[in-house]
Structure formats: structure tokens, C-alpha cells
Design a protein around this ligand. Structure first.
Ligand SMILES: Nc1nc2c(c(=O)[nH]1)N[C@H]1C(S)=C(S)[C@@H](COP(=O)(O)OP(=O)(O)OC[C@H]3O[C@@H](n4cnc5c(=O)[nH]c(N)nc54)[C@H](O)[C@@H]3O)O[C@H]1N2
Ligand SMILES: Nc1nc2c(c(=O)[nH]1)N[C@H]1C(S)=C(S)[C@@H](COP(=O)(O)OP(=O)(O)OC[C@H]3O[C@@H](n4cnc5c(=O)[nH]c(N)nc54)[C@H](O)[C@@H]3O)O[C@H]1N2
Ligand code: SF4
Ligand SMILES: [Mo]
Length: 726
């Protein structure tokens, strides 16, 4: 059995892989690895099928004139793509080439670094990622509020934890410890008596374990958080000494939240005002407490304000590590960094980079606005995107507004997708590049260390470090390349020098200067060379980390927070003008109305245990267990609408319509419809709600409503009508 990390999602669980005749045959949790206690999920345990399943591409494909796909060698594919992209650049300029990377980046983060290096070498700033249609408000809020580099105390010291639109027992996502969230929750709630408070319209797996579940209406979170601040300031529960020393903007925050007494917020959110008061008191009376935010508020278009107010709550109560405290997230594979008990000042969250041609959008702290990329492809004129490279993402399943995404991708002169299978996006691509998969590549735990840059409560706690070699070779006879090798191969053919950038921070908030490494363009580096380059300044030398095959807690790398320096003038801003104006004008989306004799429901998204977004739907171990994505409704709503469980319903928004199978969920707030994304087929394929499921992206519009900074379109709290299909 060979030790490795599962890299299907950002949790990076340690695993043991049984290898027979050169193939992975079984995956279990690795109990000898620290922090995770042998934890895995069904997706991780299905890694052998991910690698060896019948749908895996063992060679690249090229689309012929009749629309069918034929194998092509990776070298020939790179020759042809290099020629085509050069002629597109010659005619239309480098901005006509765009890159989109998706969640498969977890496999080997250097893949994106090299693809981005190629984009820089050709001179195109059009690099888009899935993070801009996920929680883009988190980094933007951090820019507006400022950052506390010393971080927060460890989770095991928290006396209360608030989860807002986040379901870590299933998503194992940031905002809660990613290492074995079930056990962390049990230890905290059952053994330590930590108070868990969940704000979610659904009684999720996590909410079922909470002390308090605020079953709020989708899109109402800012009102609840503003009322919590109201209560804390009214009852003087804030940490005034911390505020005096480190913070500005208190008067503005107080003035605006004065207008959010719990009664008003409770009416907006549909929750008991007493529960909001109780939440505020539990939070502020804790020695330390934390808040995790998920995609719920982000999709409801309140992501930036929700994350900003969550940071304000942390700051009001001074829940940040102080001089002398142990640093909760010390560096191991990241370069040495000594935090101090002082703020890093707010910085501009937008307006510093490339502008899009539409909607006033541009580069921001969350990257380029992916929600507007289809229109950059469709809109005529100079700068129009004509070629798209899609790496480890599946736009046809993931981009909001599926019909528009389809029209955009079909209109491209060149679409190159790297995917392990003929995904929905692969099925309309000119070239499909077959990649090496995760067990076929070495890796490190650097990603879980740097996750802290994407939000204060993300990433792993403690001085944990891990390296592992590839576990298996690609199947015999396969012509598969690492995702990064496509961009390296194109650069070689185009005579370009690549410079790999490794950044330690986000936007302009950099703890440590970005590292730039020129790649040898004659003799190709290996996966391990790229890892070594990225770790060349690591706090613990990579070779030392390598000598512990199951990973280790490098306690010798543990640090204490140093005191504030006399010169530090930076202050965290809890009264940002734009955020205060947005809060003052805040109104939640209308809930429970009716239109033309139809009740209006609010559609919200949920994740399922066996799929990673659209990934897993062709996995022979997982797919039969999760064949479709039912539309969940409260049983009383099912009865009111005279529907029958497992019957077909038509769901219609202002922008589109899909057919789904209805299922009861007694824990769902009445008036909501909860459904998983990433299912269904392409618009030119036959709808099959029972076999393929349905694509909720068809109910969304890319431009009807969107966040003015990140450009994320409304993807949650979407008004829909539901009717029975004959
Ligand atoms: N309607 C709706 N839309 C949504 C969401 C929603 O909840 N509702 N969620 C949004 C969110 S949060 C996100 S993050 C995005 C996700 O957007 P995407 O990342 O674009 O979508 P995924 O379905 O995660 O696609 C991952 C793809 O990568 C492939 N893959 C996996 N590993 C590798 C690898 O190592 N190499 C390569 N080349 N490919 C690999 C998988 O087969 C899969 O096709 O979708 C967003 N869109
Ligand atoms: N098993 C599994 N794990 C995954 C993924 C997966 O597809 N499957 N996807 C990965 C990805 S890309 C991401 S981004 C993360 C996401 O991880 P999470 O952020 O935990 O996402 P969800 O599990 O969809 O939980 C979102 C919750 O928000 C609630 N909600 C909806 N609207 C609102 C609102 O306006 N306010 C509040 N307070 N709640 C609301 C929903 O009911 C739902 O329970 O998970 C990652 N992990
Ligand atoms: S939670 Fe599941 S998919 Fe994510 S890393 Fe762990 S085993 Fe893999
Ligand atoms: Mo995501």
C-alpha cells in the first residue's frame, strides 16, 4: 500500500493506495498520517475507478468535420494547436486567447502556474478561474476590511462557530477545518461543548448537529449579521481595547447597524429575533469564536457584504491572535514568515488590472470575472476572445446561463479542453487533451497551507507538511500528459520562455514577495522539478519533508506572534464606505410571492456527497448511486402543488426552464427549491431528467443581475415557478 493524498477536492485527505499489477485497486484512509485520522469520503475511495474506469481518455482527441472525435497523439495535437493559436494571435492579438481553469486544479496546482506563465508569455491577461463563480466576495471583502496576518486562534479553542450557507459535513470546504470535519465537529460540539450555529434555509447534515439553526430565507444574511453587530454594540460586548489600537470605521458601522434591530432583521430573514440576539451573545461572550461562510450567500449575491460583515464581527470581538500566541497557521512548505499582532491595511479590491469590454467589470481581488467571459467571446469587436483553453473545468456544466455559454463556446475559432473524460465541454471542443491523473503525479500539501490566503478561516491548522511521489504510472500504452505539459509544449513550439510565478497571498495582499522562476525550455522539467522550484524557499526544506512518507507536524517550525511594531499605522476598516452604503440600502429578495397565479419558489444550490460538481458522473462506482439531481421541496409544498414524489416537474425562471424529478426534504424551508448543480447535458443533447439529471445553469442569466465588482451572476435565491409535467 502506497501513501499519497487524495486531491479530488481541497481537503487533501491522506490515503493508502493498494497497487496491483501497476494499477490502483483500492483506496483507504491513512491512519498513520497526522491530522485526518484516516478520514476519506466516497469520492476518494473511488479514485481507482476515476483512473481505470471505461470513460477515462487514454489519448487525446480531435474533432473531425463531421463532429466525431478521433484519437490524435499529444505531440501532433500540440503541433496543430500551436499553429492555430499563432495564427489567431497574428490576426486578432493576444487578448483573443483566454484560459479558464476549474476545480481540477487541486490535482496539481502547478498546472495552473504553468498555464498562466504561457498566457503571460503570449501577452494575454485573459486568465479566468472557477473561483470567480464560487465565493469571489471572500477575497474582495478581505481587501476592503484589511487582513490580520497573525490569523485567528486554533479551532480547538473556539467556544462558538457560526456557519453561513456552508455545509462542511458534505462539502469539506473552507470555513471549517477541512481535516475530518465530522470528527472535528463531534469533538468540538459533543466533547468540548462548542456552540454550533448554522444559518441555512435547509436543515443540512451539519445543521442537524447545531445548537441553533436559523432557517433564514436565502439572500437575507447581511440583515442577520448587521443585527448581531447591533446587539453587540448595544450591549457593549465588543473588545474596545482591540478596536482602539487596530481599527477604524466603528462610528460608521454603528450608525448603519443602528437601523438593524433584531426585530427588523428577523422580519427580513423570517427568523425569530430572539434567536439572532442569542447568536450575537453566544458569539461575543466567547473567549474566541469563528465564522465560516459558504457559497450560499455568495450565489444569493450577498457574498461580499456577508463576508465583510463576518470579518467585522471577528474584529469587533478581537478574535485574532495576539502577541505571544502560537501562530495557528505557521509555514512549512511556504517560505518563512513571521507574523506580528498588527493589521495589514485594506487595499484596492478592483480597478487595478485588465478591463472587460462590458458591464464595467474587470480584474479584481477574486481574479477576472468568469461570469462575463461568454459575452467577451460573443461580443464583436476588437479584443473579442476567439480561442479558449479550458483546464480541469467544465464550463458547460458550471457556467451560469448554459445556453449563452453554449453559444459562446460554439462560436470560438478554437476550443481546447483538457479532461479525463468526454465531459460536456469536451463534447464540443476542437481538441480534448487527455491528462495524467492525480495518483500518477507527485504532490505536496502546499495547497492546504496557502488556502489561508483565500479567507481567514480556510486552510489547515498547525505546522503540517507532506510530500508524496506518484503512486502508479499511467496505464500502459496511454498517451497522457500532465496538464502543464500542454502549455510547456506550446511554449516550446512557439519559441517562448516560461516564467513560473508562485504567489504567497492574494491580489495586492502579499505576505511574501512573489517568486519567479525561469523554466529550462530545452530540457523539459519533471513534475518533481516544478514542486522543488515552488518550494525552493520553503520554511522546512523539501528534502526534510520528503523524509516523512506519511507527513508530519513540524513542531520545530512553530512560531509565536510577535508584538506590533511602533511604525505600524495600518488599521482594519469596519466602516468601508461602499459596504456601509450597500448595507444601508439592503433589502432581501422578495420571498414567497406569486406571479400569474403561480407561487414563486426560491431555488438554492446544494452539494452531494458522491460528486465533485460535475465530476464523478461517469465514475462506475459513484454514478449508479447518484444517477440524477432531484429537485427537493418541502413535503407540504409538494402536497400544495399536487405533485408526487419521483414525478417530473417543470422548473421555470425568467431565463429558462428545465425538467427535474421532485423529491421531499422535510428539513427545507417552505418556499425553497434545493437542487444540485453539475448535472444534465448540453443544449444540443436530448433532455433526460431521470438519466442525466438537469442543468440548473439554464435557469440563470449571466447579465440580468450580477455583483458589480466580481461579476458573479445570481446563482442562488433564484425565483422559479414549478409545475407538474403531464
Ligand atoms: N448552477 C450552478 N452553477 C455552479 C455552481 C452551483 O452550485 N450551481 N457552483 C459553482 C462553483 S462553486 C464552482 S467552483 C464551479 C465549478 O466549475 P468547474 O470547475 O468548471 O466545474 P467542475 O464540474 O468542477 O469541473 C471539473 C472538471 O475537471 C475535470 N478534472 C478533474 N481532475 C482533473 C485533472 O486532474 N485534470 C484535468 N484536465 N481535468 C480534471 C473533471 O472531469 C471535470 O470535468 O461551478 C460553479 N457553477
Ligand atoms: N461532496 C462534494 N464536496 C464539494 C463539492 C461537491 O460538489 N461535492 N464542491 C466543492 C466546491 S466547488 C465548493 S465551492 C464547496 C462549496 O461548499 P459549501 O459552501 O458548503 O456549499 P453547499 O454544500 O452547496 O452548501 C451551501 C448551503 O447554503 C445554503 N444556502 C443557499 N442560499 C443561502 C443563502 O442565501 N444564505 C444562507 N445562509 N444559506 C444559503 C444551501 O441550502 C446549502 O446548504 O464544496 C466543495 N466540496
Ligand atoms: S474529502 Fe473526499 S474527495 Fe476530498 S480529498 Fe478527502 S477523500 Fe478526497
Ligand atoms: Mo466551488
Amino acid at each position: 500500500m502506497r501513501p499519497a493524498l487524495c486531491r479530488l477536492c481541497g481537503s487533501y485527505c491522506p490515503i493508502l493506495v493498494t497497487v496491483e499489477k501497476g494499477r490502483a485497486t483500492k483506496v483507504t484512509g491513512d491512519r498513520n498520517a497526522p491530522l485526518y485520522e484516516g478520514y476519506t469520503c466516497p469520492k476518494g475511495r473511488a479514485l481507482p475507478e476515476h483512473h481505470n474506469g471505461p470513460s477515462r481518455l487514454l489519448s487525446s482527441r480531435k474533432r473531425g468535420p463531421d463532429g466525431t472525435y478521433a484519437p490524435i497523439s499529444s505531440d501532433d495535437a500540440m503541433d496543430e494547436i500551436a499553429q492555430r493559436v499563432q495564427s489567431i494571435i497574428a490576426r486578432h492579438g493576444p487578448r483573443s486567447v483566454a484560459l479558464y481553469w476549474g476545480t481540477g486544479l487541486c490535482t496539481f496546482p502547478q498546472n495552473v502556474n504553468i498555464a498562466a506563465a504561457w498566457m503571460e508569455a503570449i501577452g494575454s491577461p485573459m486568465v479566468f478561474g472557477a473561483t470567480a463563480i464560487d465565493k469571489p466576495g471572500a477575497p474582495i471583502a478581505q481587501a476592503l476590511h484589511g487582513h490580520w496576518p497573525a490569523g485567528h486562534p486554533p479551532f480547538e479553542e473556539a467556544e462558538a462557530w457560526i456557519l453561513i450557507g456552508l455545509n462542511p459535513l458534505i462539502s469539506r470546504s473552507g470555513g471549517f477545518p477541512p481535516n475530518n470535519p465530522g470528527l472535528r465537529l463531534k469533538e468540538a460540539v459533543d466533547r468540548r461543548g462548542m456552540k454550533l450555529i448554522v444559518i441555512d434555509p435547509r436543515e443540512t447534515e451539519t445543521a442537524g448537529r447545531a445548537d441553533l439553526h436559523l432557517q433564514a430565507r436565502p439572500g437575507s444574511d447581511p440583515a442577520i449579521l448587521a443585527a448581531m453587530i447591533h446587539v453587540i454594540l448595544r450591549e457593549r460586548l465588543q473588545d474596545s481595547a482591540f478596536l482602539d489600537e487596530n481599527v477604524m470605521g466603528l462610528a460608521s458601522l454603528k450608525a448603519v447597524t443602528d437601523d438593524f434591530p433584531p426585530e427588523r432583521a428577523g422580519a427580513m430573514a423570517g427568523v425569530d429575533p430572539a434567536a439572532i440576539e442569542e447568536t450575537a451573545r453566544i458569539f461575543a461572550n466567547s473567549r474566541y469564536a469563528g465564522i465560516g461562510t459558504g457559497v450560499g450567500p455568495s450565489f444569493s449575491l450577498t457574498g461580499t457584504l456577508t463576508d465583510y460583515l463576518a470579518s467585522c464581527l471577528m474584529t469587533l470581538c478581537g478574535f485574532w491572535s495576539r502577541a505571544g500566541d502560537r501562530v495557528t497557521k505557521p509555514h512549512v512548505l511556504l517560505p518563512a514568515y513571521q507574523p506580528r499582532a498588527e493589521p495589514m491595511a485594506p487595499f484596492p479590491a478592483w480597478g487595478t488590472g485588465e478591463r472587460l469590454r462590458m458591464r464595467g467589470l474587470g480584474y479584481n481581488a477574486a481574479g477576472m470575472p468568469t461570469g462575463a467571459l461568454p459575452d467577451e467571446i460573443l461580443t464583436e469587436g476588437e479584443g473579442r476572445v476567439r480561442a479558449l483553453f479550458c483546464m480541469a473545468g467544465n464550463p458547460m456544466m458550471a457556467w451560469p446561463d448554459q445556453h449563452r455559454a453554449f453559444a459562446a463556446l460554439k462560436s470560438l475559432d478554437l476550443l481546447v479542453t483538457a479532461d479525463l473524460e468526454m465531459s460536456a465541454t469536451a463534447r464540443i471542443s476542437d481538441y480534448v487533451i487527455a491528462p495524467k491523473l492525480t495518483l500518477e503525479m507527485p504532490g505536496t500539501s502546499a495547497l492546504v497551507e496557502s488556502a489561508k490566503y483565500y479567507g481567514h478561516n480556510r486552510g489547515i491548522e498547525g505546522p503540517y507538511g507532506r510530500y508524496f511521489p506518484a503512486v502508479v504510472a499511467p496505464p500502459e500504452g496511454a498517451d497522457v500528459i500532465a496538464d502543464w505539459e500542454l502549455y510547456y509544449g506550446l511554449a516550446q513550439r512557439m519559441g517562448l520562455q516560461l516564467a513560473m510565478k508562485t504567489a504567497f497571498g492574494i491580489g495586492q495582499h502579499l505576505e511574501i514577495e512573489t517568486q519567479i522562476d525561469l523554466l529550462d525550455m530545452v530540457s523539459k522539467p519533471t513534475d518533481d522539478d516544478l514542486i522543488a522550484l515552488g518550494c525552493r524557499k520553503s520554511r522546512v526544506p523539501l528534502d526534510v519533508v520528503k523524509s516523512y512518507p506519511h507527513g508530519r507536524m513540524f513542531n520545530e517550525a512553530q512560531l509565536r506572534v510577535l508584538p506590533r511594531t511602533a511604525e505600524c499605522e495600518a488599521r482594519l476598516d469596519i466602516g468601508n464606505v461602499r459596504m456601509m452604503a450597500e448595507l444601508a440600502a439592503f433589502q432581501p429578495p422578495p420571498f414567497g410571492g406569486s406571479e400569474a397565479s403561480h407561487r414563486i419558489f426560491m431555488m438554492v444550490s446544494r452539494r452531494t456527497n458522491r460528486m465533485m460538481n460535475s465530476s464523478g458522473r461517469l465514475n462506475p462506482k459513484l454514478a449508479p448511486l447518484e444517477p440524477t439531481n432531484p429537485a427537493f421541496l418541502h413535503p407540504d409544498d409538494i402536497a400544495d402543488l399536487r405533485l408526487v414524489p419521483s414525478g417530473q416537474v417543470e422548473i421555470t425562471s425568467r431565463h429558462g426552464s428545465i425538467t427535474a424529478i421532485v423529491q421531499p426534504d422535510a428539513g427545507l424551508l417552505r418556499g425553497c427549491l434545493s437542487i444540485t448543480q453539475g448535472f444534465g447535458g448540453n443544449p444540443d443533447e436530448t433532455d433526460d431528467p431521470e438519466g442525466l439529471g438537469c442543468n440548473t445553469g439554464r435557469l440563470l442569466s449571466a447579465d440580468a443581475e450580477f455583483d458589480p465588482i466580481s461579476g458573479i451572476p445570481r446563482m442562488g435565491a433564484v425565483p422559479v415557478r414549478i409545475s407538474k409535467r403531464p
